[in-house]
Write a protein that binds this ligand. Sequence first.
Ligand SMILES: C[S@@+](CC[C@H](N)C(=O)[O-])C[C@H]1O[C@@H](n2cnc3c(N)ncnc32)[C@H](O)[C@@H]1O
Length: 218
Amino acid sequence: MKTNPMTDELFAYVSQHSPAPHPILNDIVEETQERSDRMMQISQDQGRFMHLMTKICGAQRAVEVGCFTGYSAVCMASALPDGACLYSLDINEETSRIAQRFFDEAELSDKIELMVAPALQSLETLLKAHGPDSFDLAFIDADKVNYPHYYEACLSLLRPGGVLIADNVLWGGSIVDESNQEDSTIALRAFNEKVFNDDRVSSTMLHIADGLYLVVKN
Ligand SMILES: C[S@@+](CC[C@H](N)C(=O)[O-])C[C@H]1O[C@@H](n2cnc3c(N)ncnc32)[C@H](O)[C@@H]1O
């Protein structure tokens, strides 16, 4: 039995039966749609998945690599209990200001700490501040060439049983198109092999949105 092919009608049905995590998400989509880099935002079905995964993990401390205008951060942070924190990392000051405005409007500022700096530097800061095995959930969605480095840094932060989700592992289908030899595509192919062969984790690839690697630290 193969997975059902996803028709527009089925996709609409799935969406109609999947509650939206937070009302501010419509505003984030609307404002981001006006931007030329809007394709960086995660899809709404992925957002709903991220929201529920955050709940399932019972996350108290989470990290996101790649905040952009804040869509995925709101999906995750709105599933956190009081006193829990999502550290959302991005290098871009302009989009981070937009994200922070939405976090304030959504009254989620007490649950999201935006760290505006190169993500590897912020991940090092988090490791120094909280120590290894101190995070429940990590989401990687930034520059693809650094995925292996983000993966290693996040694995150090995660506790055993902690969950890591890596975005864009199908890269619009380019991942299996050998004529595509762009740096990001090559990096993602190497990243996918790395995760597949990593006996420190249990993993499965999901074809939600642009493909997710769902990883649990053993
Ligand atoms: C695909 S977008 C993230 C989308 C976001 N998760 C959402 O739901 O809207 C990738 C982000 O990674 C950020 N980024 C790229 N290189 C980075 C780096 N070296 N350190 C931190 N952030 C970086 C970009 O500024 C961009 O906002």
